[in-house]
Design a protein around this ligand. Sequence first.
Ligand code: PEP
Ligand code: MN
Length: 262
Amino acid sequence: ANRAFHPENSQIQVGTELIGGERLAIMAGPCSVENEDQIVNLAKRMKAAGANFIRGGAFKPRTSPYSFQGLELEGLRLLELAKRETGMPIVSELMSSDYLDEFVKRVDMIQIGARNMQNFDLLKAVGKTQTPILLKRGLSATYKEWLMSAEYIMSEGNQNVVLCERGIRTFETETRNTLDIQAVPVMKKKTHLPIIIDASHAGGQAYLVPAGAKAGVAAGADGLMIETHEDPANAWSDGEQCLTPDEFDKLMDQIRILAQVE
Ligand code: PEP
Ligand code: MN
């Protein structure tokens, strides 16, 4: 992952989309896939607003074992329907290598969540595939630890890694996490891998998402992950931080202006 050995920026092909090229990767969708109407209608709406990836959790790393754990394989099936309707590649989180073969067959980009950033067996397992990996930063991971996790994947042969800053745990309790914008220039200096910003999990509240997302683009990020929901108050997970489609529209108008200025 070290830029010293690879001076040019990497560009990662994910289905029809290229991450790290001219166009921002905009990964939008619900925290959890809930049902067919939800994911298919939302995917269409997100595409119309400017998204080029559909994100949706089928296997969810919930803090409590009593919270909704995801639709699992049924969730992947519904994501495939959304992809068929919109053409957008799927990004979804894999938590266990038990489902690796299913993900390789059915998902365009495998997300390794913050809580699994140092699950080294899982990293090695996805490293043996060629499926693009979205590697989220661990809740309390240093840049070096994060890059070493990328090395675990790449040293097994999979060079298709994209980093995702999603906020880190600090002493502050007002926000869910603290978005580390400096991750963008630091990672651009240290590595050739693309980096995107997830302002949703960083802030934990919808009103914080536009500022974080715009700051990410201004800092030079290669894309954004943004949780959205038609009815955030009734979302099965992370509703507080989901943008409504109208809020997403408005943010995308601003992002487009920023991306042109850059
Ligand atoms: C998610 O993307 O829904 C998620 C659980 O993210 P993180 O691993 O960053 O908490
Ligand atoms: Mn979430």
